[in-house]
Structure formats: structure tokens, C-alpha cells
Design a protein around this ligand. Structure first.
Ligand SMILES: *Cc1c(COP(=O)(O)O)cnc(C)c1O
Length: 339
């Protein structure tokens, strides 16, 4: 394994809170429910990155992001009694939408705790999917505490956005499909917030493309994952400020960290400026709407710092939910420069 930067990569998969078998089980539950999203290629992107890029388009997933996979899988794994009591989720947006949609599809009531400054498009989509919304202030209030109090009061089950075995297993199905469509890859670049997508992707890569270097990509302003990865334990940071609103987590999950520590090659960062240029590239050249957080992996590919020329590089485009006005403002900021 080309894993010189990760000395702890020898842990046995048996000690993980979730395994590739769970990813396979999630894939079976999601069959015919989640979209098998397209894998796009672009000669222009290949030329720009000096590699062969395979874009897994989870911006085209139901609910507009990969989060539907984990949320649906977690709701599907509940007991009959738990389903009757409903579920609660906290999220800055995409997980909220995903849980609301998963609940509606499976006849389970949903309550969503969202920050007051969540993007309007995400709030209205959550409401349209039938979720009851409770707002909180992300800079002064603790969402986990609000959720726990609500859960105790209502007897409902909390479905956290990333630190949960069934959520991780569900998120891993996106990379599983990517390897199924594109074959083995040299590098897989994955947006990193709390680590659900990265941990699930790493499990899929280990099983389906064991030599692939799985790399987490964070906004530079919120590099808690990189700090944690290097320190060997979970490090907490203040709420970061970045246009990557899906990756504004303050710390990795414990379940996520154990998998990331063992199977991920490294964690890298990109700037908001690189995200804006990448958003513009997707709009202009590939004709797809990708939210800032969804651009993390591609921005890292375009930096050409994490793969060698000609390598086969998988990129998980994690989501496409962005307010049209925000989207227009951000595109106006982009210069068209190669970053
Ligand atoms: C949630 C989210 C992420 C981060 O996923 P984690 O599982 O928390 O690491 C990245 N991109 C988008 C679009 C998201 O919605």
C-alpha cells in the first residue's frame, strides 16, 4: 500500500464500528430508491488537472446530495417501535433534507434542528419534504444538547449527520458505485466535514480498490480534520467560517475518526477562492450546478498537488444545493483563473 504518510494504516477492519459488509447491506436497501448517479468525465477537466478524472455526481442525488444515502439507510434500520416515535436530526441543511425525505418515503415523522442562518433553499426543501423545523443559533447554542432534550421529551431517535454506523455505511455506497462504474482508481478525493462520506468511501476503497489513496478535502478555514489526522486524536475547533457551508463542522465523529485514521492516506485543504473557481468551472464547462462544499474534491484535483500526471482520480461531487442568488453572487466573484 502506498501509505507512507499514514503509519497507523495497519489496523484490522474487524475492529471498526462499521465494515464493508454494512456498506453492501446499505446498497441493497438503497437499490431502486436512491439514484445511481452518473459518473461524468471531461477532457477539459483532465487537461486542467493533468490526470484522468471521474466525477461521481451526487449533486444529482435525491435531495441534492449524497446525504440521502446515509439518512435513508439509518431510517430503514430502525425497529417498528422506533419508527412510530419518529426521528430527530440536526444539520446545516443537506442531512436535514435527507432525513426529512427518508422519513416521508418510509412513513416516519421527522423533526429537524437547523441553524438560523442555514441557506434558504435548504430550509424550504426540508419543509417541503414534511420535516418539522426547530431553529437554533450555531454560534451560541449547542445543537447536540437541543436535540438530546427533544429526543428525551418525545421518545424519538436522533439520526446524527455523520457519527453513526448506518449513516457511514449508507454514505459509502456512493464510492462503491463509483468503483463499480470507473474501475480501480489511483486517488479518491472526498469532501470532508464530520467524516461520514470519507469514512464510508474509505471502506469501499479498501474493498474495491485497495491501492487507491483516499484523501479527505476540507476548507482551509476549518481544517480540524487535518489537525486531528496529524495529531492522532479528534481535535475540536471553533465554528469555522467558509463558503463551504456543508463542511462547517467543529470536529470529526469518533466512529468516523477510527476509520479515517486507519484507512485514509491524508487530509488536505483548499481555499474558498479555489472553491469559487471550481464552481464556475462546473457551471461553464460541465453544465452542472455544484454547491461550494461539493467543489472540495475537484478543487484539490485542479491544484495538481495530490496526484501524479496521468493518474486516475475519482472525485465525489458531494452536493448541489445552493440558493440561486448565492450561486450567482459566488459565480460573479470567480475570475475564471486556473487555481
Ligand atoms: C455533509 C456534506 C459534506 C460533508 O460530509 P461529512 O459526512 O460530514 O464529512 C460534504 N459535502 C456536502 C455537499 C454535504 O452536504
Amino acid at each position: 500500500m502506498a501509505d507512507s504518510s499514514n503509519p497507523s494504516a495497519a489496523s484490522t477492519p474487524e475492529s471498526f464500528p462499521v465494515t464493508f459488509a454494512d456498506v453492501e447491506a446499505a446498497a441493497a436497501r438503497l437499490e431502486g430508491v436512491a439514484h445511481r448517479t452518473p459518473v461524468m468525465t471531461s477532457r477539459t477537466a483532465d487537461a486542467r488537472a493533468e490526470g484522468r478524472l471521474f466525477f461521481k455526481c451526487e449533486n444529482l442525488q435525491r435531495g441534492g446530495a449524497f446525504k440521502f444515502r446515509g439518512a435513508y439507510n439509518a431510517v430503514a434500520a430502525l425497529s417498528e417501535g422506533q419508527r412510530r416515535q419518529g426521528v430527530i436530526a440536526y444539520s446545516s441543511g443537506n442531512h436535514a433534507q435527507a432525513v426529512a425525505l427518508a422519513g416521508r418515503l418510509q412513513g416516519v415523522a421527522t423533526t429537524i434542528v437547523m441553524p438560523k442562518d442555514a441557506p434558504g433553499a435548504k430550509v424550504s426543501a426540508t419543509r417541503e419534504y414534511g420535516g418539522e423545523i426547530i431553529f437554533y443559533d450555531r454560534y451560541t447554542e449547542n445543537r447536540e444538547e437541543i436535540c438530546a432534550a427533544l429526543a428525551a421529551e418525545r421518545g424519538a431517535t436522533v439520526i446524527p449527520p455523520y457519527d453513526h454506523p448506518q449513516v457511514i455505511a449508507g454514505q459509502g455506497t456512493a464510492a462503491r458505485e463509483l468503483f463499480g462504474a470507473a474501475g480501480e482508481l489511483d486517488v479518491l478525493l472526498v469532501s470532508l466535514g464530520g467524516g461520514g462520506l470519507l469514512a464510508g468511501s474509505a471502506l469501499a476503497a479498501q474493498a474495491l480498490s485497495p491501492r487507491c489513496r483516499v484523501i479527505g478535502v476540507e476548507p482551509e478555514a476549518g481544517n480540524d480534520g487535518q489537525q486531528s489526522f496529524r495529531a492522532g486524536h479528534v481535535i475540536r475547533i471553533p465554528v469555522p467560517r467558509s463558503i463551504a457551508d456543508g463542511a462547517l463542522t467543529t470536529h470529526l465523529g469518533e466512529n468516523n475518526f477510527s476509520i479515517i485514521q486507519a484507512l485514509v492516506h491524508e487530509v488536505v485543504t483548499v481555499t474558498d477562492g479555489m472553491l469559487v473557481e471550481t464552481m464556475r468551472f462546473f457551471a461553464e464547462r460541465m453544465k452542472i450546478v455544484v454547491e461550494p462544499t461539493g467543489c472540495l474534491g475537484a478543487a484539490a484535483a485542479f491544484s495538481k498537488q495530490h496526484h501524479r500526471p496521468g493518474e486516475r482520480v475519482g472525485i465525489l461531487i458531494s452536493g448541489g444545493n445552493v440558493d440561486p442568488t448565492t450561486y450567482a453572487d459566488l459565480l460573479r466573484r470567480a475570475t475564471g483563473a486556473q487555481v
